[in-house]
Each structure stands twice: as C-alpha cells, then as structure tokens.
Ligand binder design. Structure first.
Ligand code: M6R
Length: 597
C-alpha cells in the first residue's frame, strides 16, 4: 500500500506535499516523510506515526524548495520507526526515493550493494532503490532510473528526485498505481488523483513499465529502456458525493451517501454492454474479490442461484491464486473491487485472462488497473471512499451485482417478464429504503453503546442474511477491534454455541419471512445461554423473539435485503468503534487499498 506524491512547480513544495499526503493517508498511516531539493542538496524530514508528527517536525526544521517527494506508509518490511520511514537517501545524499509496493528481490540487491561497499541502514525493501539508482548514475539521471527499474522485481510505484536536477522529478510504475498530473506551471505525480486534484486539471494514469520525467516545463514518458512514449493527458473527472460536515468522520459521511450512490448506480447501469457480454455462452461464471468486495460477490452468488438458476463459483482472490489446474478456458470472470488496485484481485484476473476468460468488473475507480484489464467495467458511482472500511462502496457493489443478475436471468430466459418488472421495481425502491434505514441511526447508536464492551460478537444468518453477517462481522472487527466471527445460524449448534455466555453478543440477521421461525429459534438458543441477542429483521416480520434489541429495516425481496442490512451493520460497527474511542477512518494495521500480495 502506501501513498506517494511528487511536486515540481512555482510554489513551495512542503504545503503541497502535506496536503497531498493528508488525502493519501487512507493508503497507510504508519509513518510519513518528505524530501526536498533545497537548491544545493536534498533535505529529508520523516517521522513514525500519524501525519501530525511529520507536520510538527517540519514546523521545527522548516525546509524549503519547489521540488519534492512525499510518502505515507503502511509498513510491510521493517517496523514503523523514523528510520524505516520514507523517503530514503542514497549514501552521499544524491538521490531520494519514495516507494509504494514490494521489491521482491531486495535481499539479493542489498547483498550485491553491500559487496560494493554500500551501507544499508534500514530494515525496508525500499532503501535499495535509492542506492541502486545512485550505483547506475554516470551523468544521466533518466538512464540511471531506467537501469535500476529494469533490475527491480515485484511491484513498485516510485518517486525519485536527485541533487543533479533541481527542477525534475521521476515517477516509475510497475504493478502499483501512479498518476501524472499537469497544472499551470506546476506538475506532479501521485498514487491517485486525490492528492493532486486541486491543482492538476489534466491527468494521465501511468501504465506498467513507464517512467515519467516531470518538470515545470512539461512531462515526458519513457519505457524502462529510455525509449520515448506518447501519451494523452485527460481532463480530470468531477468528483461525486464529496461533501462532508465539519469534523464528521469519513465513514459516517460515506454511509450517509449510500442512497445517492444507489441512485447513480441504477441510472448508469450499462444495460446494452452488459447484454453483449452476458449473451455469450460461458463454461462457468467465476467471481473473485477480497474482503468486503468478496462478500458482495457472495450476495451475487445467492441471487444467481435463486433468480437465474445458475451456479457461480466464488473465490477469494488470494485463494484462487494458490489453486492449480481445473481452469475452465471459457469462463466469465466477475471481479469486484472498490479501488480496482487490490493486488490479489488483479493477479487473479490476470491468471483467469491467461486461461482465456472474459472479464467483467464491478469497480468504483474508472482510471484503475482493474478497469483497464476488463472487457466490461460496471462503475459503481459512489464517489471517492476515503475511510478504510468499505461502506457505500460495498452496498453499491451488491446493488450493481443484483442488477447484473437480473440482466443475466432475463437474457437466459430464466425469469418471466412480470417477475422481472416486479424485481426491478424492488431495486428501484432501494435508495429510498436506504434513506429510511439511515434515519433510524440514533437507536442504533444506543444498541452499540450497550455492546461496546462485548467479549465477542457473533453475526448469524441464513442464506443472503448469512452473507450479510460475514460483512457485518468484518466491519466490526476492522474498526472496533472487538473479536467477532460470522456463521450460518444453523451451524451454531455444531460448535460455536459453546461460546455463548454472559458478555457475548449474537447479532441475528433475519429478513426472510420464510425463515422467521428458524431465526427465532437461533435467538432463543443464544439468549437461554446468557448471551445477549440483537436482531436485525424486516419490518414485516414480527417474530416472537426474546431479543435484547430488535432493529428493523424496510421490507424488500429477501435476496436484496443485504443492501439494507449492510447499512445497519455498518452503523452498528461505527457506533461501537466510536464508543470504544477508536479512529474509525484509520483503523490500526490496515490501509484502504491493498496493493501488495
Ligand atoms: O478495493 P477493494 O474493494 O478491492 O478492497 C478489498 C478489501 O481490501 C476491502 O474490501 C476491505 O476488506 C475493506 N477495508 C473492508 O471494510
């Protein structure tokens, strides 16, 4: 993960870099740092911990210069200390480097650098890059960067400045995202547009194997052999749904934006293009994703089974990568990802493509690697999601996948016209129902307060509710650090029931009227062992449940209910985390975009 930024222009670089790093902090926040060309030399300030620590350090040293690079870190190699923070300098301070990704061959590079007398001072994989460029420098910085890039294995987006060129920065990309932006008398590179969007009106998303040479005069692009490449800068797209109340957490704001995201997703669903892709015969439909995106895929699987009479093979992307053989050559791969930059998902898609698969993705970032790899991309129009926890993006993924399922059922003649219209009507009503769920949040905050010191929280459900339970559990553990697991309700009695006792909470999701009695039995099994029960039920179901708390969501088709229950579970997690004093937007050990395997 990590976020990198570089600036060259007519302004002082420090405020620009710090503002950009603030926008990139969602990519990691274990440490941060900047390197500047001060005129005569390169100067570095870096600190472990949140960006505020770096800001304090900068106030004291007050470095100046109009060329600089910056970094915000999610630690992979080396603990989060000042020393291991980026940027890294080469031995005599001639080159400074920031890196996002993993240098897979850093141990062998470090060994050969040591043999040549280089003193490596950190535990990171990234430091070798600065020394390697220095090693290859014979008077031309671009050549040295090219030579080093060719030698690096793994994934990397790099920002490089050197003492030799006071007006030039380099961006290098292989398997980690990097954009180049053009402003007026100022240009920049960044892991994503959020860090530079306020001054770069035109952008280019770099491709693998490219090096950008960026100065105030302009931007040129090269391959790793220094051969010039042509490229087009495109105008920046307007960011949707970005308003936030003062001091409001991003997560809370993003949950509130869900109804709007659903509305935009419904209106922009690419009917014709989806029809073209789905009409072809496939040997199998394979769904890949990670975390919440994978959970959204489970809901798709459930809907496809019920509505389109079609089995979807679903795989956690990293697990799919470990499997050998058994590939169907003519598969439709449905890849789900908010960022479109998740390494495991991208690698899974590449693997499937090598087998001849067609790729349909559901993604929130148009200018992402996943969208580029896809035959068709359905863009979830949620606007940027900054909090680490997926909220509106998860709901929008589920929503787009449900529309996709209906389209598939229609094309394959699995559904009558009347039924199709009825279900489309249900989907069209979801934004308004989502709004109603959000209006009820004050009750949820009280329930959350009661559960804040739970010893463990088990999320339970059957069918689609079980898939929703998995997502609810992930959300809670991710931001509140409470222990939590999700199970199909029916599995409870096969082992997990042994853990039910006072202090433990069971969250039972019960939206399907056909399963009301079974769900009531689950609640009874929990409460009679002394554990507390929270039920999330549809309005129409008033089961005789002896639950401690009952939260209702508007009725919808049971296959679509995860759209609504997800909002309840997200708010529950949010309020539990707040009550526990957690940083909801930046939970420990995590980052928004997981660009390493
Ligand atoms: O960007 P992606 O959707 O590919 O990210 C996948 C997961 O890393 C992500 O959904 C993660 O599980 C969320 N932080 C959970 O809230």
């Amino acid at each position: 993960m990590c976020g990198i930024i570089g600036y060259v222009g007519h302004r002082q670089a420090v405020p620009v870099l710090l503002k950009g790093l603030k926008a990139l902090e969602y990519r990691g926040y274990d440490s941060s740092g900047v390197a500047l060309h001060t005129g005569a030399s390169l100067s570095i300030v870096k600190r472990a911990g949140r960006l505020a620590n770096l800001e304090k350090a900068i106030e004291q040293s007050n470095p100046t210069g109009c060329l600089g690079i910056g970094h915000t870190r999610w630690a992979t190699h080396g603990v989060a200390t000042d020393l291991n923070a980026h940027p890294f300098l080469s031995t005599y301070g001639k080159f400074a480097v920031v890196h996002n990704g993993i240098i897979a061959n850093y141990l062998s590079l470090a060994a050969s650098l040591r043999e040549r007398g280089v003193n490596l001072t950190t535990d990171t994989d990234s430091e070798v890059v600065a020394h390697l460029i220095d090693h290859y420098y014979t008077g031309d910085v671009l050549s040295a960067v090219c030579r080093a890039a060719r030698e690096l294995k793994g994934s990397f987006a790099l920002g490089v400045i050197s003492v030799y060129e006071p007006n030039v920065l380099y961006g290098v990309r292989k398997d980690s995202p990097l954009v180049v932006g053009a402003g007026v008398n100022e240009n920049a590179i960044c892991s994503d547009i959020s860090g530079i969007s306020d001054f770069c009106g035109r952008l280019y998303a770099m491709q693998n194997g490219e090096i950008a040479r960026v100065s105030t005069q302009g931007i040129s692009l090269y391959d790793f052999y220094g051969k010039s490449r042509s490229f087009d800068l495109s105008p920046q797209e307007k960011e949707e749904n970005s308003e936030r109340e003062e001091n409001e957490d991003y997560m809370h704001c993003e949950i509130r934006q869900t109804p709007l995201a659903l509305l935009s997703g419904y209106e922009s669903f690419p009917e014709k293009e989806a029809e073209t892709v789905l009409s072809k015969p496939y040997d199998e439909i394979l769904l890949v994703g990670c975390g919440s995106a994978y959970h959204a895929g489970l809901v798709f699987k459930g809907a496809m089974r019920e509505l389109a009479d079609t089995q979807v093979r679903e795989e956690i992307a990293s697990e799919y990568l470990t499997q050998k053989g058994g590939e169907k050559r003519n598969a439709l791969v449905v890849a789900v990802s908010q960022s479109g930059e998740t390494a495991d998902t991208l690698l899974a898609v590449e693997k499937a493509k090598r087998q001849g698969a067609t790729v349909l993705s559901v993604c929130n970032v148009r200018a992402s690697s996943l969208v580029r790899l896809s035959d068709l991309a359905i863009i979830t129009r949620c606007g940027r999601e900054r909090a680490v926890a997926a909220t509106k993006s998860y709901v929008a993924q589920v929503h787009s996948l449900l529309l996709l399922c209906l389209k598939y059922a229609e094309i394959k003649g699995k559904i009558s016209k009347n039924k199709l219209n009825e279900l489309k009507g249900e989907i069209a009503a979801l934004p308004e129902k989502a709004e109603r769920v959000i209006e009820e949040e004050s009750y949820l905050s009280k329930v959350a307060l009661a559960a804040k010191d739970a010893e463990a929280v088990f999320f339970l459900g059957r069918g689609q509710d079980c898939y929703a339970a998995k997502e609810g559990s992930l959300k809670l553990k991710e931001i509140s650090y409470l222990f939590s697991e999700a199970y199909p309700s029916g599995e409870l009695k096969h082992g997990t029931l042994a853990l039910m006792e006072k202090g433990v909470y069971g969250v039972v999701i019960a939206t399907d009227p056909a399963l009301a009695e079974k769900n009531a039995a689950t609640v009874a099994e929990i409460t009679c062992r002394g554990a507390s029960a929270i039920v999330v039920a549809s309005e129409g179901i008033q089961p005789d449940m002896r639950a401690d708390y009952v939260i209702t969501v508007p009725d919808t088709h049971p296959l679509f209910s995860p759209v609504l229950t997800a909002i309840v579970l997200q708010e529950f997690a949010y309020y539990v985390a707040k009550a526990r004093g957690c940083d909801v937007d930046r939970p420990r050990n995590l980052a928004k975009s997981v660009t390493v395997e």
